[in-house]
Design a protein around this ligand. Structure first.
Ligand code: F0G
Length: 456
């Protein structure tokens, strides 16, 4: 701070005229700010910046919010749930006063994302604690993952800048989400994925939405690094979570879950950690809601990584101020197979702000957690189940209290990785659950008798 004069371009207008009915003036000004303590410079949001123009650090989208009456805004957000307008149906844009970078004439690129359920658990909460475990299921989004929340914000931003070609590197979910929103916006989508490392379902989604898929490198980190090298010279607009507008969309999950709980924050919010955009977004959302008086208590944010891809855990554990990357990340939870997370500094800040924790769990523990969730009728992809595995471990270590009030964010849908499920079935399970029966009534009767003899 306090270096060259700062240039702050202001967002030209309030987000929506109707906001006036909330009693808040909504004249929020938008700027970008470098997160590095030694720099911290404010920058023009009108430029296509993903990183600080001075030091290369990550950027935050910042606003001078003018929200003086949180109760009026809460009432307006609630009221919009009854509206049929697409912009009100979206669980992101319903909270648009938190995203005032959007101008009144901007085209909102939305697929009615968000508005996902909070689901109580019984067995999974018992298994993991006992704790009061609630699931925020982000798999119930248009493309089946939490990425849609960030994508609607980022693609709306891209459209307002007149972008024609968007690109990302991905472990699969970002790519399917970007492909869908690019289709909607009429943009060309180019996806970099590590060769044969993403689930077939995610690849199929991206192809189905018409994206070009470039399989390059052996890890996400390699594909991402290569993309970053060529993006600007090839005029590709990056929509990975280093793009701070992705974080803006993703932060609205916090407003939605607080509203669903009548604005009573839980003790903990637990997320799986890959590139660490989601933890960063949730922390930013919490901070803004606290600063504006929407919540009084700030939940602790907990990040759980897979043991074979746990650079953030190693870094936090060791107290290192530099990232300790993992060269060859390895886990069956392919969504979070990342060795060098781009947003680690933002995520570290969130742990510091919220008094949060970081944990690391084995693939075996992830598998068990996924099975515990399944007993409650809750399906998810493996990376998402890392949350519940992490909670169990932290309760056992005495770092999370028994009976704590916890929200686990399940980030992706069960059908995102069905190969995983099939691969993990034991012969014993298959002989019990998957029967091949000769096509005659006698054989069928016999098979059913054997099934019915086993109690439910
Ligand atoms: N869970 C799922 C299902 C994911 O797809 C990801 C990230 C994460 C958790 C981790 O979130 O990166 O914000 O810490 N997937 C990215 C992708 C990397 O390309 O789809 P994060």
């Amino acid at each position: 701070m306090g270096q060259a004069p700062v240039q702050i371009a202001t967002a030209p207008a309030p987000a929506r005229a109707e906001n006036d009915s909330t009693g808040n003036t909504q004249m929020a000004f938008t700027f970008l700010q470098c997160i590095e303590e030694a720099c911290g410079r404010k920058q023009d949001p009108g430029k296509e910046l993903h990183q600080c123009a001075y030091c290369g650090g990550l950027l935050d989208v910042k606003y001078e919010f003018d929200i003086t009456d949180p109760d009026a805004l809460r009432a307006a957000w609630h009221q919009r749930r009854l509206s049929g307008e697409p912009v009100d149906r979206s669980g992101v844009w319903r909270f648009r006063e938190l995203l005032p970078f959007v101008g009144p004439n901007d085209r909102i690129i939305s697929l009615s994302e968000g508005s996902t359920p909070l689901v109580g658990t019984r067995r999974a909460g018992w298994w993991a604690g006992p704790v009061h475990l609630t699931i925020k299921h982000q798999g119930i989004n248009p493309t089946g993952s939490f990425k849609d929340l960030g994508m609607t914000a980022c693609m709306t931003r891209a459209a307002s800048l007149g972008v024609r070609i968007v690109a990302c590197a991905s472990t699969g979910n970002t790519s399917s989400s970007m492909a869908a929103y690019a289709g909607r916006a009429g943009m060309k989508a180019i996806i970099f994925v590590p060769y044969r490392q993403i689930s077939a379902a995610k690849l199929a989604q991206a192809l189905d939405f018409g994206a070009t898929v470039i399989e390059v490198g052996d890890t996400f980190d390699e594909a991402f690094q290569l993309l970053r090298q060529v993006a600007s010279e090839m005029d590709l607009y990056l929509v990975n979570s280093i793009n701070p507008f992705r974080i803006e969309g993703q932060k609205t999950i916090v407003a939605e879950m607080m509203e669903q709980r009548a604005w009573r924050p839980p003790d903990y919010i637990v997320v799986p950690g890959g590139n660490l955009g989601n933890a960063s977004a949730i922390g930013k959302g919490l901070r803004e809601l606290k600063e504006m008086g929407f919540i009084e208590k700030v939940p602790k944010v907990v990040v759980v990584q897979a043991a074979g891809a746990n650079p953030f855990f190693r870094t936090i554990q060791s107290g290192s101020r530099e990232l300790i990357p993992v060269d060859k990340p390895d886990t069956e939870a392919t969504a979070i197979r990342i060795g060098c997370p781009a947003n680690w500094k933002k995520a570290r800040r969130v742990l510091e702000w919220t008094g949060g924790l970081c944990e690391s769990v084995t693939d075996e523990e992830i598998f068990e957690a996924k099975a515990a969730l399944a007993e409650d009728g809750v399906g998810c992809e493996p990376a998402s189940a890392a949350t519940v595995a992490g909670i169990r471990k932290l309760v056992r270590a005495g770092k999370i209290e028994r009976h704590a009030d916890i929200i686990a964010v399940l980030t992706g849908h069960q059908l995102k990785d069905t190969d995983y499920v099939i691969r993990h079935r034991s012969a014993a399970e298959d002989s019990r659950q998957r029967l091949r029966v000769d096509a005659n009534p006698e054989a069928l009767r016999k098979a059913l008798e054997a099934v019915l003899a086993v109690p439910a």
